[in-house]
Ligand binder design. Structure first.
Ligand code: NZQ
Ligand code: ZN
Length: 390
């Protein structure tokens, strides 16, 4: 087992709780200017009353709006945002929504300083490191991605069937984490978000390098998500459950627990192809793939890690290591299923194998799966998709 060098730096200010938005949003924004681009999705913030509340807090600002940012955010939304921030010389972005709204906003924040098509910034991520990024703040309304405390975005181009990750130089200036804003999240999205958090943790836990410190943190966050997702599903207004999921989401992907890792993520690139081709919900795709991927990576070299996972995360015991490992994978599958989301590809409408080869090829190239915890070639990815058919 290896332990790599690392640095940790993250200057996002998190404001967790119910009162910060009303008390501090206006003052926080004012530090960055007067012209604000308010970005949001397709209406959930209007239905919940959050839009009206935020607009009231922004009454002394010059506000421009970009709405309709869709799940698996599309490059066209970024293009529209780029036009607005450039035309009006906007100072700061306030993203109100889930990962899709925040992800698109981060790229818009870079695109202000780019004269070409923002898809270039996604295709060639190093471009974003050489240009400035506008300050952006967010009000998170869905616990899932961790985008509220990281530099990443994932943007889709439906014309080319591509869904690609891109990183800017900055994390959000401020992220407001109010669990009550997630009470209205549907069961489907609550389940998907919880599985997404869990997957961020498994991707970083099953890594060729690790430390006991971060492994222990990951196990704690995994136990938290496993316990709280069903509570939030059963009682959407459970503040403690929603709060625990929100903190879990943020801590699972703010780069802390992956420190010292090789970062050989696998399930995410394999899932991103499904979303790129079929526009399925990210977390649901991960839930389908993860237990099958675990079976794929289970071998002599990973056995002890699976035993640790079985004991420390699933509270399983026994003398037979292989049985324990398989029981932990079964427990993972059962947990996903208990959240009432599909556990097969046909369950999300993917009925045939027609795109498996093309998706597998792209996943291997884009996701650099040869560097994964257990390297994958295109035929391995096809086999993973096939195993997910039933
Ligand atoms: O569009 P609106 O009307 O806001 O509705 C959204 C959307 O339909 C709805 N929603 C959000 N908050 C709600 C709510 N509905 C009711 N009440 C609320 N409080 O939920 C739907 C899904 O929203 P979305 O933002 O797409 O979900 P999520 O936060 O799961 O984000 C998923 C996207 O993030 C990417 C995924 O690939 C996907 O594109 N990821 C981003 C990462 C990152 N930046 O670090 C890492 C992740 O691994 C992930 O890949
Ligand atoms: Zn994810």
């Amino acid at each position: 087992m290896k332990m790599h060098d690392f640095t940790i730096f993250n200057d996002t200010k998190l404001k967790f709780g119910t009162d910060y938005i009303d008390a501090e949003l206006s003052e926080d924004l004012a530090q960055y200017g007067h012209k604000v681009l308010l970005t949001y999705g397709s209406g959930s913030i209007k239905a919940s009353g959050l839009y009206a509340r935020v607009m009231d807090l922004l009454k002394n600002f010059e506000v421009y709006e970009l709405n309709g940012i869709a799940p698996n955010p599309k490059i066209d939304s970024v293009r529209a945002g780029q036009k607005l921030v450039q035309e009006h010389d906007i100072d700061v972005i306030l993203a109100v929504g889930g990962g899709s709204v925040i992800d698109a906003s981060k790229v818009i924040a870079s695109a202000k300083f780019y004269q070409g098509d923002p898809w270039d910034l996604v295709l060639n991520p190093s471009l974003r490191q050489d240009i400035k990024q506008m300050p952006y703040l967010d009000i998170l309304t869905l616990s899932a991605t961790g985008t509220e405390m990281n530099k990443g975005s994932v943007i889709s181009n439906p014309e080319t069937h591509q869904k690609l990750g891109t990183f800017g130089p900055q994390t959000p200036r401020v992220s407001y984490l109010d669990p009550t804003l997630t009470y209205s999240v549907s069961k489907w999205q609550t389940a998907a978000g919880s599985i997404d958090i869990f997957s961020h943790l498994t991707e970083q836990y099953f890594d060729r390098a690790s430390t006991d410190v971060f492994d222990g943190m990951i196990e704690g966050v995994m136990r938290t998500v496993i316990a709280n997702a069903p509570l939030a599903l059963a009682n959407p207004d459970n503040y403690i459950a929603r709060g625990n999921l929100m903190i879990s989401a943020t801590m699972a992907l703010n780069s802390l627990v992956g420190s010292g890792n090789e970062n050989g993520w696998t399930v995410h690139p394999v899932e991103h192809e499904l979303s790129a081709y079929y526009d399925i919900t990210h977390g649901v795709g991960l839930g389908i793939l993860t237990p099958r991927w675990m079976e794929y990576i289970l071998d002599d070299s990973s056995l002890s890690k699976f035993v640790q996972f079985a004991k420390n995360v699933w509270h399983l015991n026994g003398d037979d290591d292989w049985k324990l490992a398989h029981a932990a994978i079964q427990a993972t599958y059962d947990w996903v299923k208990s959240l009432e989301v599909p556990t097969t590809l046909p369950g999300v409408g993917i009925e045939d194998e027609i795109n498996f080869q093309a998706m597998a090829k792209s996943a291997v190239e884009v996701g650099r799966l040869a560097n994964g915890y257990k390297p994958m070639q295109a035929q391995d990815v096809v086999a993973l998709y096939q195993a997910s058919m039933t």
